[in-house]
Design a binder for this molecule. Structure first.
Ligand SMILES: N[C@@H](CCC(=O)N[C@@H](CS)C(=O)NCC(=O)O)C(=O)O
Length: 211
């Protein structure tokens, strides 16, 4: 039996966040594919474990099959257990929390929706898509400005805040961004991908099994 099972799917940047953390920490884990596009996350069985009906979902087998929902909570949980990528004092904790909340609400919050409309629904220039694209660009600009003075998001070393914000950023072509226009983000993404044991979403996350 592995220590952790992550319910996830490849197209999900939110799934990449805990998967990357597990990989960077070299944890003992397995991925369990969720058939998201068929609505498995809305099935009664799934909702019984995760009332929010969201992917990813982490099961910690070392704690009596504890169910952890929300990628940010998973990152905190894993940081606490592994003592890696974790804040080390209250001030750092505040900063880490600040950037994880920013990620969930503004960065991932806009990118995931714009990407879904743009790539998976091929919506073109609808008012909704243009609105979300504008929100996304604002959030990317905030991150780019912050990284002008800082190598890492929350402290002077990589933390779960960096891991969270990277969730969707390996797919710039899915949301029509060129990292050459955001040089500080580009350099930070390179630093992230040079961390020991780094792997891509395509390396870590399962996709629909062949029929
Ligand atoms: N804040 C959540 C977001 C999770 C999320 O929205 N996941 C998407 C898939 S990537 C989902 O399950 N969407 C279903 C829905 O919104 O109904 C997290 O970080 O875990």
């Amino acid at each position: 039996m592995v220590d952790y099972t992550l319910h996830c799917f490849l197209e999900s940047g939110n799934s990449f966040k805990p998967a990357l953390m597990l990989q960077l920490c070299q944890a003992d884990w397995q991925a369990q594919w969720v058939d998201f596009f068929k609505g498995e996350h809305r099935s009664p069985e799934y909702l019984a474990q995760n009332a929010m009906g969201e992917v990813p979902m982490l099961i910690d087998h070392t704690e009596d099959d504890l169910v952890v929902n929300q990628s940010g909570v998973m990152l905190y949980h894993l940081a606490g257990k592994t003592k890696q990528f974790s804040p080390e004092n209250t001030a750092e904790e505040r900063e880490v929390m600040r950037w994880i909340l920013f990620d969930n609400h503004k960065l991932t919050g806009a990118i995931a929706i714009y990407r879904f409309l743009n790539k998976f629904m091929d919506k073109g220039e609808t008012p909704e898509a243009v609105f979300m694209q504008g929100r996304m660009i604002q959030a990317i600009k905030v991150l780019n400005r912050h990284l002008e003075q800082n190598d890492w998001a929350a402290t002077n070393r990589p933390t779960i805040a960096d891991i969270s914000m990277m969730g969707y950023l390996t797919w710039p072509d899915h949301f029509n961004v060129d990292w050459d226009d955001y040089r500080n983000v580009k350099a930070w993404l390179e630093r992230m991908s040079n961390l020991p044991h780094y792997a891509t979403p395509e390396d870590l996350l399962p996709t629909k099994p062949a029929a």
